[in-house]
Design a protein around this ligand. Structure first.
Ligand SMILES: NC(=O)c1ccc[n+]([C@@H]2O[C@H](COP(=O)([O-])OP(=O)(O)OC[C@H]3O[C@@H](n4cnc5c(N)ncnc54)[C@H](OP(=O)(O)O)[C@@H]3O)[C@@H](O)[C@H]2O)c1
Length: 316
């Protein structure tokens, strides 16, 4: 794998983590943040504390590189986390700090000339200890992902685009063309399992690249190349259970069942601010059951004909 490719992917991964971790972690209660499986293990809050420390350590490396110093830093994780008293701070403050430090790191990843970093990284290093900028940032991403998995419960997310009256589609097809929504769908679901009803699969017509497609059908003989099939929604979720995040991508029948049967904990909705003629609808998102936790509003432009909003909800 080329270094440019690794760096480009690491930048994308960090952007995604910075956007979604604060949203996803909002699902945890105070008790869940603080409890420890054992006296000697870290609580989830201490794990976030450790993530802040490692972000600072990583940032310091780039500052040292600027001054032509070796980036090597000695860090005793346990002693440091204990000394910081992370337990006493509100978790939202710790996460905000983590996000700010990582935003600086992202800026550096995007702007440092790679060749310069590679040569400076290896100043005064033995041959076997040499590593490249690409390896260093890949290590950092793996480290973040590892700890974030320790913090977050598995997310099962419904992802849908809905019109002003909860319209979803007509004649087994979508009723609008909104490239911004398709782009976001790709960004969010890439690398994960996507679960869909048989009609939605047939409407898309093929498995989507870089995702594991699971089709739900009552037809035991139904098979499609490159896809898994499941006889129920529960079986589909079971097939995806190793994934940290599973996406339910439709259609109307499947959305209705997963929401009514409490099988999912998050909704990622693109609200399209227009009314449409439709024959399938999304269930009403009731404010007694769902809490809005993130929102981005956009105006129509050359490529996207309608105003739209990306909104995330968590079950109350
Ligand atoms: N706007 C959006 O974000 C969005 C997203 C996705 C889809 N859509 C639209 O939604 C429409 C399709 O939705 P839909 O409601 O017609 O179909 P669907 O939910 O995609 O699929 C329904 C099929 O899933 C299988 N199924 C459903 N519940 C099941 C269960 N409990 N156990 C086993 N199998 C089960 C059955 O397949 P068998 O008949 O094979 O047994 C059923 O016919 C299209 O217009 C599509 O464009 C819109």
């Amino acid at each position: 794998m080329g270094e440019e490719y690794v760096i480009k992917n690491a930048v994308k991964s960090l952007q995604k983590i910075l956007h979604y971790f604060p949203i996803q972690s909002a699902i945890l209660s105070e008790k869940e943040w603080n409890e420890k499986a054992h006296v000697n293990t870290w609580s989830k809050k201490e794990v976030v504390g450790h993530l802040v420390d490692s972000a600072f350590t990583n940032l310091q490396r780039y500052i040292r590189i600027q001054y032509q110093n070796t980036p090597h830093i000695v860090y005793d994780q346990d002693a440091w986390v204990k000394a910081q008293h992370w337990q006493e701070l509100p978790v939202t403050d710790i996460i905000t700090l983590w996000k700010v430090v990582n935003t600086q790191i992202l800026h550096i990843w995007n702007n440092f000339p790679q060749a310069k970093i590679n040569s400076l990284l290896n100043v005064s290093k033995d041959k076997e200890e040499m590593y490249t900028f690409a390896e260093m940032i890949q290590d950092y991403i793996d480290h973040c992902k590892h700890h974030i998995q320790q913090i977050l419960p598995q997310m099962i997310t419904v992802i849908a685009a809905v019109g002003q009256n909860n319209e979803l589609g007509k004649g087994n097809d979508l009723i609008w063309h909104l490239p911004a929504d398709l782009k976001r769908f790709k960004e969010v679901t890439t690398g994960h399992h996507i679960i869909m009803g048989r009609n939605t699969f047939e409407s898309i017509g093929k498995p989507l690249p870089n995702r594991t497609t699971i089709i739900i059908t009552r037809d035991k003989n139904y098979t499609k190349e490159g896809c898994l099939t499941a006889a129920s929604i529960e079986e589909a979720i079971e097939l995806a259970k190793s994934d940290s995040e599973i996406f339910i991508i439709g259609g109307a029948q499947i959305y209705k069942q997963v929401i009514n049967n409490h099988l999912i904990n998050r909704l990622d909705i693109t609200h399209v601010h227009e009314t449409f003629d439709a024959d399938v609808f999304f269930p009403e998102i009731k404010s007694e059951s769902w809490k809005e936790i993130a929102r981005e509003d956009f105006k129509a432009d050359d490529k996207n004909r309608y105003d739209y909003s990306f909104v995330s909800y968590l079950r109350k």
